[in-house]
Design a protein around this ligand. Structure first.
Ligand SMILES: *Cc1c(COP(=O)(O)O)cnc(C)c1O
Length: 500
């Protein structure tokens, strides 16, 4: 039964709204903007990956608070002049910093479509809630989790880790933390993770009130994987000291080197020790989509919770992450509320029971699922898996070029899609080598040719790339290798001249 809407008059003289006065002019502007954004992807290869921001632009982006509007046209022109030319760089084929993904043309349109719907996803009886659930269900299947597993989309891996570890704490503390809070019973709650584990895990442990001390850093082997003997020893010692171990965190792709812990061993261990196994697969979980790589992350499907990102190795634009929680009741137990104003009804907009606010931090939630759903439908999991395979082959190709170079040295095994290396012609002491590599990294970034990022391995400044980029081609790694050698030599010579 639908009711015909009454006719509403045009706004009277003292009422305003935010719609355009001239819809035709707005339509023309919007089409122009869309073309601009598509050009930005089609011709991204012709552009530098990154440019420094000029002082004038810096100033233009710190103005007084505007009291009068300038209109859509003028605001858009300002965007074109001050924002558009200075991107992060991750759309570019030679962006390999951190674990950034490149985005795709259809997902750019998807951002517009979800903005157009302006859905508040996951709470109401609308199509966006179904799409949200569909995406989670597809990922369970893709990663070998059974259909009854729970899950939710998140802003990214950090929140996915937080949600997973919240459930771990609440289930494994041995008392009702959700009811009584941390410390209601004696014994520090502890979490075990390798030294190579991402900082967001520490942040989660701290936010969960368990304290920095609660995260027990476990040693790694020469492959940067968690040392199982050290794990066992720390667990035994902590138990003997009256602590309450709650979880082991396994890595499916560490940020520094792409290392994958022995997830099957961790799953066995977690089971025999009655601990929760949380796997951080922020980018590395996507290895499961590649027939060539999926064995590398074997055991991931046994996790009690798995965190991963779409905005990394699936090339979805920021933001989109996800967490799967094996025990559905545990998931809801940690996040459920009983707010009067969030009633689940039997009909109307409230007739949706799998509400997202009982599965994560957020109430208001964007329709992030749409871009993931559209990309998966457009490309299919086979092609998405091929990109993963392709990127890992590119990593091995680049590693081979580094290994054959007399100027560069690889400093870790190639993990999935990550290569860590240094400029090192063999005659540099530690301090000079760090200085040269730091300068090399910044110069390459400033040149706009490529965007690698940096870390520290064995206490030394290290350049690393993590290839989550569907636009990269093998030739890009040749160009990059040549630039590293030439620029490294130039810096070394300059430093030599400065000294003398
Ligand atoms: C990126 C990353 C995270 C954090 O994820 P965000 O999406 O940036 O919040 C956690 N763990 C690993 C291994 C990562 O690469």
């Amino acid at each position: 039964m639908s009711i015909l809407p009454p006719r509403v008059p045009e706004p009277s003289c003292d009422e305003v709204d935010l719609d355009p006065k001239d819809w035709d002019a707005f339509r023309a502007l919007a089409h122009r903007a869309l073309d601009q954004m598509i050009d930005g992807q089609q011709f991204v290869r012709d552009q530098p990956a990154w440019r420094p921001i000029p002082k004038s632009v810096e100033a233009a982006l710190r103005t007084e608070r505007p009291m009068k509007g300038q209109g859509a046209e003028a605001a858009y022109e300002d965007f074109l002049e001050w924002v558009w030319p200075y991107p992060t760089g991750n759309r570019h084929p030679r962006f390999w910093g951190w674990a950034g993904g490149a985005g795709t043309p259809l997902t750019l349109v998807a951002e517009m479509l979800s903005g157009g719907l302006n859905a508040m996803t996951g709470h109401f009886n609308d199509a966006s809630s179904r799409v949200d659930r569909q995406v989670v269900d597809w990922m369970k299947d893709a990663f070998g989790f059974p259909a009854e597993v729970s899950g939710t989309l998140t802003s990214g891996g950090s929140v996915a880790n937080l949600v997973g570890l919240t459930c771990a704490r609440d289930q494994m503390a041995g008392y009702d933390v959700a009811e009584h809070g941390i410390g209601a019973e004696p014994g520090l709650l502890t979490v075990y993770a390798s030294r190579e584990t991402h900082s967001s895990v520490m942040k989660a442990v701290r936010m969960l009130g368990m304290g920095r001390e609660a995260l027990r850093w476990i040693a790694v082997d020469e492959q940067f994987r968690i040392d199982l003997r050290d794990l066992r020893d720390r667990l035994a010692a902590d138990r003997a000291a009256g602590m309450r171990p709650v979880a082991i965190v396994g890595n499916a792709g560490t940020i520094n080197t792409g290392a994958v812990d022995d997830l099957n061993a961790l799953a066995d261990h977690a089971r025999s020790e009655r601990l929760w196994l949380h796997v951080d697969g922020a980018f590395g979980a996507m290895a499961a989509l590649s027939p060539e790589l999926k064995d590398a992350v074997s055991g991931m499907e046994r996790a009690d919770s798995l965190a991963f990102d779409f905005h990394k190795w699936m090339n979805i634009p920021y933001e989109a992450g996800c967490v799967l929680i094996r025990d559905r009741a545990a998931h809801v137990h940690s996040f459920a509320t009983d707010a009067n104003y969030l009633q689940i009804l039997t009909r109307g907009t409230g007739a949706w029971s799998e509400v997202a606010h009982e599965r994560g931090l957020q109430l208001s939630r964007a329709f992030k699922a749409l871009k993931v759903w559209l990309l998966i439908k457009e490309q299919g999991f086979e092609t998405l898996g091929r990109i993963v395979t392709q990127n890992s082959r590119q990593a091995r190709y680049f590693a081979d070029r580094v290994d054959r170079s007399r100027k560069l040295r690889r400093v870790a095994p190639v993990g999935l899609n990550v290569v860590a290396f240094r400029y090192d012609p063999g005659n540099l002491d530690g301090e000079r080598s760090d200085a040269i590599n730091l300068e090399l990294l910044m110069r390459i970034q400033e040149s706009g040719l490529a965007i690698p990022s940096s870390t520290k391995l064995h206490g030394r400044f290290t350049i690393r790339i993590c290839i989550c980029n569907h636009r990269s081609r093998l030739e890009d790694f040749d160009v990059f290798t040549d630039a590293l050698e030439e620029t490294g030599d130039r810096i070394a010579t300059e430093l030599e001249q400065e000294k003398s």
